[in-house]
Write a protein that binds this ligand. Structure first.
Ligand SMILES: [Zn+2]
Length: 180
């Protein structure tokens, strides 16, 4: 019988993704749950030990009768008949859904926060905001959000996800399905 060297079981391995990539993918997964037909946003708050504290996605007020509310955003209708009157943003939902402290945490979010969410993030003493898209950078609400972060010392940075990561994740998910 061929002898086995236990050392052969020490196979060099490496995680496919770093923490930034991992939590941004979590935020992207949260956004996937949103029913918003135009803008799906997700966010995840993480503590200094890289443990997820809370997550959220944009959706109507919890517990409300959604069948009576509009998802459209056509501004020709009064606010009462636009989604903006009723939607709670992902960051606000995440903050609402935890009783834990967010002081010193990192916020991973798929879209740069608006000024209303920036108020909440800053009030909770979050340390850093990591975002995927800044497509509303010209909007006043984004500029105010950045001013809030600058004045409260909250660091923010954009994360670029490598396309290969999405391909690898896709392959991984397909592998899981094939195991069923
Ligand atoms: Zn917001």
């Amino acid at each position: 019988m061929e002898s086995f060297n236990p050392a052969d079981n020490f196979i060099p391995v490496k995680s496919k993704l770093n923490w930034d990539e991992y939590f941004m993918l979590q935020a992207m997964m949260a956004s996937f749950k949103s029913k918003d037909p135009s803008t799906k946003v997700g966010s995840v708050f993480v503590d200094q030990a890289n443990h997820q504290i809370t997550m959220g996605y944009n959706g109507f007020v919890a517990g409300i009768d959604e069948t009576k509310l509009p998802w459209g955003k056509d501004a020709r209708a009064p606010l009462e008949f636009q989604k903006y009157g009723y939607v709670v943003h992902s960051e606000a939902n995440a903050i609402l859904h935890t009783t834990k402290s967010l002081e010193g945490s990192r916020c991973y979010v798929t879209l740069f926060p608006c000024n209303e969410c920036a108020k909440l993030i800053a009030s909770k003493k979050v340390k850093e905001v990591i975002y995927l898209s800044d497509k509303h950078q010209e909007k006043e609400s984004t500029k105010i959000a950045k001013r809030i972060f600058d004045l409260t010392g909250i660091h923010y940075r954009q994360l670029e996800l490598k396309k290969e990561l999405i391909d690898e994740l896709h392959g991984h998910l397909l592998q899981l399905f094939s195991d069923i």
